[in-house]
Design a protein around this ligand. Structure first.
Ligand code: NAD
Length: 259
């Protein structure tokens, strides 16, 4: 029985859900977070519960809210008595030129994609320090390392995540807790599916052309990264073999940032 407890923000969909499935199958206890219909939450927890021996919890915090994000971490520690792994994964996207970028979208993206990781980490760090072991995994992006037009807030937030990752890693270097950012290229999740029509409009091209000439053109392999590949990297970072990987931005992007 694995006693480790993992909290994954934004894990009701896409990459976060894939990481949850992977960690549950490794018999960890996993606490989900993210938006989900009440009618869908029970069946999801039940399905995940069949994958391993750990329990599957849920925290409903909207991570735009700093206090709610901090309280979510406190709740997990109170309920489960520990927190070993924090995956700061929740994220949204909006595609528009800088001069037209809506202020509320800018604020939401900075809050969800960057500030929430700061708030959750700030509460998790004392717990991990006291346990002498911890893993903080940030969901970065190729956009933590390189920019694309029309994604000002997302690129700014993800570059911020790279800096936050390195800072936390240095502060925790001697404590047994590592902090790394996984930096995927394009993964076909609802987040990417939703931006195809907006990108088509911003660039004045068809949706088919967006997939061919923008999305897959970014990746020399011309293939999407899969959710399972990202989840497997997260699982590796949680292992003791990864104890000397800290402060890293780990690309999994089909060669995108090699160009
Ligand atoms: P997704 O839309 O499938 O999932 C996003 C998750 O975040 C959902 O569970 C959603 O409910 C949750 N969420 C959104 N706003 C929230 C809020 N305010 N409070 C709490 N939860 C909230 O997206 P995804 O593609 O799986 O993205 C997950 C992460 O991976 C994001 O940080 C994203 O930037 C990053 N990423 C995605 C890709 C990609 O191509 N899909 C590539 C690189 C990085």
């Amino acid at each position: 029985m694995n006693e480790r407890v993992a909290l994954i923000t934004g894990s009701t969909s896409g990459i976060g859900l894939g990481i949850a499935e992977k960690l549950v199958s490794e018999n960890l206890t996993v606490i989900l977070n993210g938006f989900i219909e009440d009618s869908e939450l029970g069946p999801l927890r039940k399905r995940l519960g069949t994958l391993g021996h750990g329990s599957v919890g849920y925290e409903s915090a909207d991570v735009r809210d700093a206090e709610a994000t901090r309280t979510m971490v406190d709740n997990v520690v109170e309920q489960y008595g520990r927190l070993d792994i924090l995956v700061n994964n929740a994220g949204i996207q909006h595609v528009a030129p800088v001069e037209e970028f809506p202020i509320d979208k800018w604020n939401d993206i900075i809050a969800i994609n960057l500030s929430a990781a700061f708030h959750a980490s700030a509460r998790a760090i004392p717990v991990m320090k006291s346990q002498g072991w911890g893993r903080i995994i940030m969901m970065g992006s190729a956009h933590a390392l390189a920019a694309s037009p029309f994604k000002a807030a997302y690129v700014a937030a993800k570059h911020g995540i790279a800096g936050l990752t390195k800072t936390i890693a240095l502060e925790l270097a001697e404590t047994g807790t590592t902090c790394n950012a996984i930096c995927p290229g394009y993964v076909l999740t609802p987040l990417v599916e939703r931006q195809i029509p907006d990108t088509a409009e911003a660039r004045g091209i068809s949706e088919e052309a967006v997939v061919r000439d923008v999305i897959l053109a970014a990746q020399p392999t011309r293939k999407f990264v899969t959710i399972e590949q990202v989840a497997s990297m997260a699982n590796y970072l949680c292992s003791d073999d990864a104890a000397q990987i800290t402060g890293s931005t780990l690309s999994i992007d089909g060669g995108w940032t090699a160009k």
